[in-house]
Design a protein around this ligand. Sequence first.
Ligand code: TYM
Length: 322
Amino acid sequence: MQRTLSLLTPSGHLTLGNLLGALRPMAAAATAAPAGCFYGVADLHAMTTPHDPGRLRALTAETATLMLAAGLDDATVFVQSRVPAHAQLAYLLECTATTGELGRMIQFKQKAGDESTRAALFTYPALMAADILLYRPDQVPVGADQRQHVELTRDLALRFNRLYGPVFTVPELVLPTAGARVMRLDDPARKMGKSDADEAGVVLLLDPPDVVRRKVARAVTDSDTGPDAVRAAPDKPGVSNLLDVLAACGGSPEGLTTYGALKRAVTDAVVAELEPLQKRYAELAADPGHVASVLEAGAARCREVAGPVLAEAQSVMGLGPS
Ligand code: TYM
């Protein structure tokens, strides 16, 4: 059976980028082969930058509930810190990765500041590789910003297998055809991110329809207003982004000749995408006991699946009895 794995970090409220780049492809895989899908909330990853414990706990619950609401409820859904094998394998992979490799990670270079940068921000890709390799997945569906981390994971799996023995499968990165890199509506040069303090150009999954409408209405487009103004082009990043979002939400650009018409079509498509998810979220959020028991069962299954893989990795590295 096909194995699929992916996690989301509870570092902010989930965005339209998280939905189109990750949650929707993850839900599609869960529909096709639910028993082979492992989807997690990467709460340990949310501690790599200064964090507030109460906010982390609340965002972990919100992220897990949104994942279930997005149609992942047939898969194994878990919280990373409840499965200790993740942190344990991460250490073994820190002993496999080099400082040169970790220092080349774009996200590290972007986020690292001065000497007060947390050490875990530097080693984060080893933890992410552990998240993946513990489950021997065939596919890892993610947005384009995670490409470099998944490629490093593949390199580490190959190196580990070569040095110590064939423990890990080398997973394939899967990017969606549309929505792989959703940009901010107010600044299409920047990725739509959930940890951005300024939410003006960021559509949140729990934004009500009128807020979505206002944010899309204020989206940056272009000064060109000719008859073929509504088209994707490298010099039209704002328009290209709106067309990409429209396509990812199943809309068509057919007959759209003005930016106003494009924005109305994008709003309608995004609202139609969010409405069922928000309805389901409200139902699940009203029953936190149910969500907690789903996560509990998910973590128990993960411990069963990941435990033997961790034990194999420890053994071939020379830990414990032979
Ligand atoms: P995170 O939490 O930043 O994002 C979660 C998922 O959403 C995708 N994504 C986007 N896709 C399209 N457009 C955007 N603007 C956009 N923003 C985010 C991300 O690519 C990701 O798929 N390190 C990871 C979480 C992680 C993980 C893993 C992922 C931890 N362990 C193992 C896969 C496998 C992260 O912080 O993603």
